[in-house]
Design a protein around this ligand. Sequence first.
Ligand code: ARG
Length: 472
Amino acid sequence: MRSLPVQQSSTPNSEKSATWSQRFEGALHPAIVLFNASISFDIELIEYDLTGSQAHAKMLAKQGIISAVEGDQLVAGLEQIRQEYRSNQFHPTVDDEDVHFAVEKRLTAIVGDVGKKLHTARSRNDQVGTDTRLYLRDQIQQIRQAIKAFQSALLTHAEQHIETLIPGYTHLQRAQPISLAHHLLAYIEMTERDWQRLGDVSKRVNICPLGAGALAGTTFNIDRHFTASELGFESVYANSLDAVSDRDFVVEFMAAASLVMAHLSRLSEEVIFWATQEFGFISLTDACATGSSIMPQKKNPDVPELVRGKTGRVFGHLQAMLTVLKGLPLAYNKDFQEDKEGLFDTVKTVKACLEAMTILFDEGIAFKPQRLADAVAEDFSNATDVADYLAAKGVPFREAYGLVGKVVRTSLAANKLLKDLTLSEWQALHPAFESDIYAAIAPRQVVAARNSFGGTGFDQVRSALSVAKSRL
Ligand code: ARG
């Protein structure tokens, strides 16, 4: 959805009829008009506002609160505004204050005085809550689809790299070699939780506040369940005060979005150092890398850096929203207007980052198998396997661990790797060593042997891959 530039007022201040009521004699200070208005950003909600108002109009007609003809006129007028908006012919001004007033004013211009009946048995307080929920329900669905697309980009690499080995790290120190697919599958698992979490949040987004009125309900014989089901809500708020002052779902969404960003940011960090000359595990294709303005040799990982950087603003919006909520008495307070920019920015940022990371994995990076193979062959990340070898032959693990620590130390001093030790050197360390020690510590075997459920053994990785694939 696009945001429209909101036109400046052309009406002289004195002529502005406050949309509110005749209670006001004077005009609002022009700076306060701007300060108060949300139309420059809540135009984002317009399609949801129109849909919500159409359901409300139908309900008013069904309940005999307005006539059937009037109901049809309202619904058709609202549809016309939708067409005007889509064809870029709807141009609200700051005097309209917000999207709700802008729509009502345009509706009355289109359908005449009957337009003024739309707001019967409703308040902007239940209206804005309805719009925000409809918007967020839609956006969550789009974000969940974007997560699936990202997972499928990861999965394509994973399928190609089941038997490609990569150093596994703890404390960013080489720990044990693993399957590259296993590493990528970890991110598929993380984002699968994100997908589930957003689905869970969606359940609490999908509750209808419409009909709560300003705060206390309404004197009209409305049918809240009708509007809720017209709009596809699963249920209605049970308490009118809670209905208009609940923004928990915004916080929940922002928290879930923050975790999406945290996961993307962690992967970004790995991609960034994998692309360094020091690691050299991947090369960046021209599709996603940028150059330097001064150093001609450079190819920079801007995409993951931006994702990592944008994580901050999403975390910030969550903090801001919690802070907006914490001191608010019941029921509606204008502070709630502050929920929108952070929410819209969170949605846009998460969608943009998921899309960019999907493109990055689809066509922006190439793993360098030879460099990865060399990396796992040239370190001591098979040391645990020597200890496991002895332990499997009955040597208590802690004792085996001590012996291997000693041999690592002496090998390091002699500038040797474990695979370089002779059988007599092994046997001098412990008589249980036999010639099969060499096969046991070869990187491929080291990985293949970790076949416990959820481990990096190739059989485990294959079955994890097929589970991940069937979820997509
Ligand atoms: N623009 C307002 C918002 O975003 C709409 C609700 C206004 N309600 C009111 N009582 N002033 O919160």
